[in-house]
Design a binder for this molecule. Structure first.
Ligand SMILES: [Zn+2]
Length: 311
């Protein structure tokens, strides 16, 4: 299994602002020194267009880096010996009733894939969008139609990620349906799955059930799930609230690593923990190598627990 990290935020505030190549190189080198091999570049705040309007800047949005900047990032990655992935903009919403927003969503994925191709990136991953009051089965046709249009034209392998929030599109069932219908592969975020199911991943048995479900519906797990995300997570009645450090939630990340390594599952495991540079990457590395790891299970309580107790 290749270990990676949710990496450099490559957006820019203006066309003339240069990227900080020194910082990018140093991130790649730090990652490599820990034993990590994949840097999933963050394009999540990126907006389409040549300039940011004041309103966009206020929202914290950024511009995409240029193709030549991406080529340079690709060169640096090659020199250091790491691979590149990329996370699509959070503005992607394939379930929007607004046709313009859906076509802009395709624009984001095209922009992402072009940049990843320039950097010789190995995959891109995207969320699907928001339900906006509809049910998943009601937006399925529209999401499949939009995604189908883009999948044939991308130069880089595009993956769909399961959601941690219940108001977003992307239950495990939904992404497996997409994989079955369109042949698109999955980026499985284990922490999202734990949050979406409000505490569903607590034991090795829970992990095995997920692996079995994917294998029975699609085929070999690592063929259909080439990339996974992992972190701790805080959740409530409506799913994900925020990502946490690995040791700071009741998500049993160690059970995930144990089942994956013992089953000989390959693929890329991206650490999305806010503590990824402060111990969590090393912790994952140790666990993958089968070294002794002290697992601290914080008794995080979900909102449902409180409701059940009538507090
Ligand atoms: Zn994720």
């Amino acid at each position: 299994m290749k270990l990676g990290v949710s990496g450099f935020n490559v957006g820019k505030r203006s066309r003339i602002e240069p990227l900080d190549y020194l910082a990018i190189r140093s991130e790649f080198e730090t990652l490599k020194s820990i034993g990590g091999l994949v840097d999933e570049l963050i394009f999540t705040e990126c907006a389409l267009g040549e300039e940011l309007t004041e309103e966009m800047a206020k929202k914290g949005l950024l511009l995409y880096p240029t193709i030549s900047e991406m080529k340079r990032i690709g060169q640096i990655a090659k020199e250091v010996g790491v691979e590149i992935g990329g996370h699509a903009s959070f503005l992607v919403n394939f379930a929007s009733p607004n046709i313009k927003k859906r076509s802009a969503s395709r624009g984001h994925l095209t922009a992402l894939c072009k940049r990843l191709a320039a950097a010789k990136g190995v995959y891109g991953v995207t969320h699907l969008g928001f339900l906006g009051g509809y049910k998943e089965e009601e937006v399925k046709a529209i999401v499949e139609d939009e995604l189908g249009k883009i999948l044939n034209s991308t130069e880089v392998q595009l993956l769909v990620e399961n959601s941690g929030k219940r108001k977003a599109v992307g239950s495990l069932q939904f992404v497996v349906d997409l994989a079955e219908d369109l042949g698109v592969k999955i980026c499985l975020d284990w922490a999202h799955l734990h949050a979406y199911t409000r505490g569903g991943i607590r034991s090795e048995g829970d992990v095995v059930k997920v692996v079995d479900l994917i294998e029975s519906r699609l085929g070999r797990f690592d063929e259909w799930v080439p990339v996974m995300h992992i972190s701790g997570i805080k959740y409530g009645a409506s799913g994900e609230i925020e990502h946490l450090g690995l040791q700071e939630s009741d998500f049993n990340w160690y059970a995930v690593i144990k089942v994956l390594t013992e089953s000989g599952i390959n693929g890329i495991l991206i650490c999305e923990s806010p503590k990824r540079w402060n111990g969590d990457l090393e912790l994952l590395k140790k666990a993958i190598l089968g070294e002794e790891v002290k697992v601290r299970k914080t008794a995080q309580r979900s909102i449902m627990d409180w409701i059940k107790e009538g507090k």
